[in-house]
Write a protein that binds this ligand. Structure first.
Ligand SMILES: Cc1cc2nc3c(=O)[nH]c(=O)nc-3n(C[C@H](O)[C@H](O)[C@H](O)COP(=O)(O)O)c2cc1C
Length: 245
């Protein structure tokens, strides 16, 4: 394993692979939708979610003035639609209509909800903060729905049974992914004092030992290559033309 330093503004790429939200908005009867990769829950009670939107996006002002937004969770069925909605701005015309994505009425707000998605969160604007070059909009969840083919209402988690019903994750640029499968950690629940005294479980120790051996073998292999002058030092950085999010 080789640890390579990266530019600070590329650190956000290490947080890549989270679900992309297509944020739909409504202002004065006009709808819009744009993919927003930077989103997260920030409070359970009251239920609040946050999205980071650049002030240059039409979505930004539509949320600010419309005081509501919806988070639509697309699956890979909407892969190209999602990318396209992120490449054009509503400032040049009604791109939601042009996208051809059918919409339906939400339960509590006027922003249109997108067919073909597997989850929908309707929010009223709770607050917003300027954070560096983006605005953090905090939405109060007033209604949430999920497609039962994608979301398991018993476990309260994504079912991950069918690729067409898994949330689309965003890696950066034009690259996306979906979750492969889910698995449970095997750490036993024991009293905290016991856990501290005994340390991590045996399963974890074994996994860590395996990883350590692999890392050492890899380091030896690289050293050997460098000795033979085969490995070029990697001076490249990530491509500069990547979009903001
Ligand atoms: C997958 C993807 C994720 C994006 N995530 C964000 C984001 O988190 N915040 C943001 O401000 N822009 C983000 N963008 C860029 C906007 O979606 C893009 O500028 C869009 O055209 C804005 O449309 P609007 O002007 O109609 O609001 C993303 C683009 C893509 C393709």
């Amino acid at each position: 394993m080789v640890r390579k330093r990266m530019l600070e503004d590329d650190a956000r790429r290490l947080l890549g692979g989270s679900p992309v939200a297509v944020v739909s908005t409504n202002w004065r009867g006009v709808g819009n939708a744009a993919p927003i990769a930077w989103s997260m829950p920030v409070s359970v009670n009251p239920p609040l979610v946050a999205i980071a939107v650049h002030p240059s996006r039409r979505t930004h002002d539509m949320i600010k003035f419309g005081e509501e937004f919806a988070i639509n969770i697309p699956s890979k069925v909407l892969l190209n639609h999602t990318q396209w909605l992120g490449m054009v701005s509503n400032t040049i015309g009604d791109k939601l209509e042009a996208s051809g994505i059918p919409t339906f009425k939400g339960k509590e707000i006027d922003s249109p909800l997108l067919e073909g998605c597997i989850g929908w969160i309707e929010c009223t604007l709770h607050d917003f903060y300027t954070m560096g070059d983006h605005t953090l909009f905090i939405g109060k969840v007033v209604s949430a729905q999920a497609d039962t083919d994608g979301f398991d209402f018993n476990s309260g988690m994504w079912a991950l049974d069918d690729d067409e019903y898994k949330p689309l994750m965003y890696l950066g640029g034009r690259s996306y992914s979906i979750m492969n499968d889910g698995f449970d950690a095997t750490v036993e629940q024991r009293p905290v004092e016991q856990m501290i005294e005994e340390g991590i479980g045996r399963e974890l120790e074994e996994a860590e030992a395996e990883r350590r051996i692999k890392r050492e073998e890899e380091a030896e292999r690289r050293e050997e290559e460098e000795r033979r002058g085969e490995a070029e030092p990697d001076t490249s950085s990530l491509p500069r033309e990547l979009p903001d999010a």
